[in-house]
Design a protein around this ligand. Structure first.
Ligand SMILES: C[S@@+](CC[C@H](N)C(=O)[O-])C[C@H]1O[C@@H](n2cnc3c(N)ncnc32)[C@H](O)[C@@H]1O
Length: 275
């Protein structure tokens, strides 16, 4: 702040609030910390006032107590998605407790975006073998960077297609925050999402669940017996997300967190692949 004597956090916050930023004070602090010169700060504030997501301006997003690199055009991880991490962590802790040794499990984060879920799990569970995949090259580059210190691998391609074949039948836990917004609802999303995040990161087809159906259909080939598939969904879609998992042979249920405003379906794979 001492570099910008004429700009206090309060005056910056007032400008951001006038532009409609709900968390103007917090954002002002973040921009003041990020800018390396008065001119850069001015440019950053201008871009924010024009509606660019704060995370794309400063290059990182807060997620599960960590900072994730997020490049322009890459989906910004949401607070509600921390609920997938919570659910996956519960399962991994049970596994750790059962084996009584260090965790020797393989995790895959599908539709990984910046790799936020995978990175959060990797930090919480040293020893976890981490893989992440996304169809968007810019997202995969962010994920590779966010996973680098965890020796995690990130792949670019359609769902399971880019994965190394030796992962078949070996994965203990798959997390997926796949796009699940019904096509006709995209128009009602906040401007930050509609203008600055790719349609492919949001659009889940007619009922929003097209990609979940594809993931559930192919996941059994990749999971080890007793493995889990956890997918983010919404309260209104949860019942259908559960049916999707059940049709692919999973024992499934949905869970919701009021605190995080997150909903997930959790499926347990028995080991029997349905044809
Ligand atoms: C809702 S965003 C979630 C990103 C990340 N998991 C998170 O929570 O921050 C969905 C992601 O799915 C990716 N995606 C969409 N279709 C895909 C496909 N067919 N195969 C792999 N990734 C896909 C998008 O590029 C986008 O990064």
């Amino acid at each position: 702040m001492e570099f910008f004597p004429e700009l206090t956090a309060a005056t910056l916050a007032a400008r951001l609030r006038d532009a409609g930023c709900v968390y103007a004070e917090d954002e002002a602090e973040i921009l003041l910390e990020a800018a390396r010169s008065a001119q850069e700060l001015d440019t950053m504030v201008q871009r924010r006032v024009e509606g660019l997501p704060l995370e794309h301006i400063v290059g990182w997003a807060a997620f599960h107590g960590l900072r994730m690199k997020v490049a322009p055009g890459v989906f910004v991880p949401r607070l509600r998605t921390e609920f997938l991490v919570v659910q996956a962590a519960q399962i991994l802790r049970r596994l750790q407790h059962t084996t009584g040794r260090g965790l020797n499990a393989v995790a895959l984060d599908l539709c990984c975006g910046s790799g936020a879920i995978a990175a959060a799990l990797g930090v919480e569970f040293p020893g976890l073998e981490i893989h992440a995949a996304d169809i968007d090259q810019a997202a995969v580059e962010c994920a590779a960077e966010n996973l680098a210190h965890l020796s995690g691998a990130a792949y670019c391609g359609d769902l399971f297609a880019p994965l190394p074949p030796d992962l078949h039948g070996r994965i203990g836990i798959i997390t997926a925050n796949a796009p699940y917004v019904p096509t006709q609802d995209i128009a009602f999303m906040p401007q930050e999402a509609r203008f600055f995040e790719p349609d492919a990161a949001l659009n889940g087809g007619d009922d929003g669940l097209d990609i979940q159906r594809r993931i559930a259909a192919d996941a059994p080939e990749w999971l080890s017996p007793g493995g889990h598939l956890i997918m983010e969904t919404s309260p209104t879609q949860a019942a259908e997300s559960v049916r999707i998992l059940e049709r692919s042979g999973f024992r499934a249920s949905s869970v919701h967190s009021e605190v995080l405003d997150g909903t997930a379906v959790v499926g347990l794979f028995s080991g029997e692949i349905r044809s």
